[in-house]
Design a protein around this ligand. Structure first.
Ligand code: UDP
Ligand code: MG
Length: 200
């Protein structure tokens, strides 16, 4: 198995790159943000609850997000591995993910953070708002809050996996293809180490 966390601030390109990576490495893509948007679109109780937080740019509480993630992982017993996109966003979520992976007899192998500067993030989110219709992309106050939440609550997840020797950063500025190549180089190195038995 290969279990990868794609990490980075809102608008850093996680979703775009995840779609390319699943094709290349035959992984299952789990974006908790996309799952919440599906629930909101269907107006389920979970969607209604999540909407209140998302519209303010706050995090949906850990127990809700972890429960939803767990269901999604359990729904894919055939998976050759997972790409976690936009999760974990807190240290408690990282601990829960590690526990879930251990229950499945596997582990997180790699976290890759996409480094993108704040100015570029704001530019990308504005562009996305125009086509996605996402209310949380269209409001500057909400976007600023999402960036603050990322810095305060989510950034520590990088250090959490760094302590396990699993965190890497790549330059997230450039063309989609250039960034994809950087990701593939790092993932191929990890697969190579896994084959040599250097990682679990
Ligand atoms: N969200 C959350 N927990 C998650 C994923 C998403 O609370 O695990 C909420 C949060 O309010 C966030 C919003 O959903 O601001 C959009 O998240 P998404 O990952 O889709 O946006 P991105 O960061 O990719 O721009
Ligand atoms: Mg996303």
């Amino acid at each position: 198995m290969l279990n990868l966390i794609l990490f980075g601030p809102p608008g850093s390109g996680k979703g775009t790159q995840a779609l390319r990576l699943i094709d290349r490495y035959h992984l299952v893509h789990i974006s908790t943000g996309d799952l919440f948007r599906q629930e909101m679109g269907r107006e389920t109780p979970l969607g209604k609850e999540a909407k209140a937080y998302i519209s303010r740019g706050e995090l949906v509480p850990d127990h809700i997000t972890i429960g939803m993630l767990r269901n999604k992982v359990n729904a894919h017993p055939e998976a050759e591995g997972f790409i976690f996109d936009g999760f974990p966003r807190t240290l408690a979520q990282a601990e829960a993910l590690d526990q879930l992976m251990a229950e499945e007899g596997t582990t997180i192998h790699l976290l890759i953070a996409l480094d993108v500067d704040d100015e570029e993030i704001v530019r990308r989110i504005r562009g996305r708002a125009a086509i996605s219709g996402r209310a949380d992309d269209a409001n500057d106050t909400v976007v600023r809050n999402r960036l603050a939440v990322y810095k305060n609550e989510t950034a520590p997840v990088f250090d959490y996996y760094a302590k396990q020797g699993k965190s890497h950063r790549i330059d997230g500025m450039g063309s989609v293809e250039e960034i994809f190549q950087r990701l593939c180089t790092l993932i191929d190195q990890t697969i190579h180490s896994l084959k040599k038995g250097a990682l679990i």
